[in-house]
Ligand binder design. Sequence first.
Ligand code: SF4
Length: 238
Amino acid sequence: MAIETPDEKVSRLNAELRGKGPQDIIRAAIREFGRRVTYVSSFGAESAAMLSLIAEVEPTLPIVFIDTGMHFQQTLQYRDTLSAALGLTDVRTFHPVKDEVKAIDPKGVLNKTDPNACCEVRKVRPLAPALEGFEAWFTGRKRFHGGGRAHLPVIEFFEGRYKINPLVELTQEDLKALLADRHLPPHPMVAEGYPSIGCWPCTVRPVDPNDIRSGRWVGFTKEECGLHLKRQERPRVF
Ligand code: SF4
């Protein structure tokens, strides 16, 4: 029997999962990839949705968190309290390589002049060892976030791995209902007016009330941290 190519697998899974809900998508991905799928979570404002759905399906699924060293203290606490509340048993934290950070950003201010390079060294590079051994990863991206996310499929093949986006079809109202129905503890900064939370130097309250990500990287054209950019689209920092 011919081996299925990545493009064929993407087409098959996207066809099979058309119209399915997030939990069905998560179950199907775990059936397909077994223990070779993980979820990369920022433990941000909306992360409880994906994390709770995963906890309901498979609480031992590995969860990856990249600690850039620039997160709000509230995010680090939230990672721990939310993981415990949901019964997630395999939350793995990865860090940037200290010598790389020291070489490229000795004063810790690169975010002010070149946030793409800062994200590259603090977020994107640490993801490579974090994803070693995994064939696929879940993301929590939704089309309603707009920008490059507006036309996301459920499954993609990206840089040698499958990316699965179970929440892609949710509206903002669907997401609010999902979080409310499950009585999930919110990130503590949501109540302070932060609907999208990344590193502290690059996160303010939204400057456009109709765009929940408009408080990220204010003053730059940057929209994404780089985890979802192709290799050739990312900055060369060394
Ligand atoms: S979000 Fe800001 S501080 Fe965090 S890695 Fe990216 S540029 Fe650096």
